[in-house]
Design a protein. Structure first.
Length: 559
């Protein structure tokens, strides 16, 4: 780790060296872990009505075999073919994902909330031949599949793989009471039927190497056309090894219970919740949706959760729930935040209520995803994203590409074994993002004297006010200190006189908060050009499924 004399560069901020895992592929990891923990609970699903179902490690492994065999024999999938999965968190997700990897195919995660045009773009771009989709959203298929390479569709029920009486009950309620379960699309194979057929076929063993492609993780959908980050088995295994080196001492192997509320199709939950805790033999409790946070109540009541991951909006939402405050889960000894900036007041309140801190980290789809994290067994610095993981190099550079001066902000560049191979079939964009192995993240950061990094803002989100740069996060942090402000997002919008003006969108406690009062509040902490010229109140901010504010949607709002 760099000392105070050169704080614009850091190499592996932890004392522990990077030690690669012994496995050559994720499938080898899954197989070995399943044999090691066999009859221990691997995954449970907990619906918001309290109904649960559980699979042990051996059963997950056996069902993954069956799905891999179905892909090989019925769908004709060969190593390197792409298979898309579009489901919320449920027992079928890990079975499908592990089966895809076992068949030597490439997993393509798709957001189940996507519109048909968004689905079509991603399926076409990836060249997916098979789509596994939650049956609740199968009504989008006809439009979404037009012009794609998808040959087979598998429909998955939210209660599939739960015990029969509970499964029947859930499906009956969805179909007849809520009328949310559409009819089975013509030609689609129900997931459970595919598993039954696959169990009768011989599995063809596929030899995989760390260089083989494992995952196409699409990113950039909040700011432009989504593109697939190509991640190999080696990339993901490296990130598992890096995270385990840092967080391993805080994980009780074979004992911890992790609550997975973030969607597994998002890279943060995919690597941290699914892979890290599976490899450690821990019990993973899957919740289909954390919105609203009240949907997590039964999971917290039924399971003694010891590990929890989330984004700022989820932590904040839980802290507002009366049931959560009345009976906080004090069994939690480690919480990890990522995806978006963690607000210090949220972290402080969580620590006070739950009794353990939130360790904030940072990552991207392009880095498998973890780059930095605050040490679970060490100094947690609020407002920072922690230290670079072992084997990870970071640099901060100015607009001219030279090293940023000590203590000054610069664009964060990352190099390490977890960095993607490139963007799928986009050589020009890959060349722009990767230079000599260094990934240009587009994030502006500062490195302090202890080697901890702090994200200042996204480079593309900086606001140009008469030649002065304004970082939205700085203004948001001031607004969030106001006792009546629940959420804040700051963007730049065109000004009448040219350039940009600072505009704030606020979710407030009550309807009587005046813009002038907020501007006056900001003037105590911000220089004049940073104070929002326009303030608009909204009932809620537009967000992605994992809680990132969609600044692009706010920028497009008309004054």
């Amino acid at each position: 780790m760099a000392g105070a004399s050169a704080p614009s560069r850091a190499v592996g901020g932890y004392d522990e060296p990077f030690r690669p895992r012994a496995e050559a592929s994720l499938d080898e990891l899954v197989r070995g872990t399943a044999q090691r923990y066999s009859r221990a609970p691997a995954f449970s699903v907990c619906l918001d009505n309290g109904l649960t179902g559980t699979l042990d490690f051996a059963t997950v492994d056996r069902l993954a075999d069956a799905f891999a065999a179905w892909l090989q024999h019925d769908a004709g999938i060969r190593p390197g073919d792409r298979v898309a999965v579009q489901t919320p968190n449920c027992l079928g997700y890990p079975v499908a994902a592990f089966g895809i990897l076992r068949a030597g195919a490439v997993l393509v995660n798709v957001n189940p909330l996507y519109t048909a045009p968004e689905m079509r773009h991603q399926l076409t771009d990836a060249g997916a031949r098979v789509l596994v989709i939650i049956d609740l959203f199968a009504d989008k298929l006809a439009e979404a599949l037009e012009g794609t390479a998808v040959e087979r569709v598998v429909t998955l029920g939210i209660a599939d793989l739960m015990p029969p009486p509970r499964r029947w009950l859930v499906h009956a309620v969805l179909r007849h009471v809520r009328r949310e379960r559409p009819p089975q699309p013509a030609g689609a194979a129900p997931f459970r039927q595919a598993l039954r057929r696959g169990a009768r076929y011989p599995l063809q063993t596929v030899s995989l190497t760390p260089q083989d492609l494992a995952l196409l993780q699409y990113t950039g959908g909040t700011t432009g056309v989504a593109r697939g980050a190509a991640l190999t088995h080696g990339n993901l295994l490296a990130n598992l090894a890096q995270v385990d080196t840092v967080a391993g001492p805080a994980i009780r192997r074979g004992e911890d219970v992790v609550l997975t509320a973030l969607p597994l199709y998002h890279i943060f939950a995919f690597t941290f919740n699914l892979l890290v805790f599976f490899a450690a033999g821990c019990h993973n409790v899957l919740c289909p949706s954390p919105r609203p946070p009240s949907k997590l109540r039964r999971a917290f009541e039924r399971f003694a959760v010891t590990k929890f991951s989330g984004v700022n909006a989820l932590f904040q939402g839980l802290l507002r729930e009366p049931w959560f405050r009345a009976s906080p889960p004090t069994s939690i000894d480690l919480s990890i935040a990522g995806g978006t900036a963690l607000h210090p007041q949220v972290a402080t309140e969580w620590h006070s209520l739950v009794g353990s801190p939130i360790c904030e980290g940072y990552g991207l789809s392009e880095t498998s995803p973890v780059v930095t994290v605050n040490p679970p067994r060490g100094e947690v610095r609020l407002g920072t994203i922690g230290l670079p993981l072992p084997g990870t190099e970071v640099r901060l550079v100015g607009d001219d590409g030279t090293e940023a001066a000590p203590g000054r902000p610069g664009e964060l560049l990352v190099r390490g074994p977890q960095v993607m191979q490139g963007y799928w079939q986009r050589p020009q964009e890959t060349a722009q993002a990767l230079e000599d192995g260094w990934l240009h993240t587009g994030d502006i950061a500062v490195l302090d004297e202890r080697g901890y990094l702090r994200i200042v803002d996204r480079r593309k989100d900086m606001i140009d006010v008469s030649g002065f740069n304004v970082f939205p996060a700085e203004v948001e942090n001031v607004l969030l200190t106001h006792p009546r402000v629940l959420e804040a997002a700051v963007v730049g919008q065109p000004a009448m006189e040219g350039g940009e003006q600072v505009v704030a969108y606020i979710v407030a406690d009550g309807n009587d908060l005046e813009p002038d009062a907020l501007r006056e509040w900001c003037r105590h902490s911000l220089t004049a050009y940073k104070v929002p010229r326009r303030i608009q109140f909204l009932p809620e901010l537009p967000k992605t499924p994992v809680g990132k504010v969609l600044r692009r949607a706010l920028r497009e709002k008309q004054p």
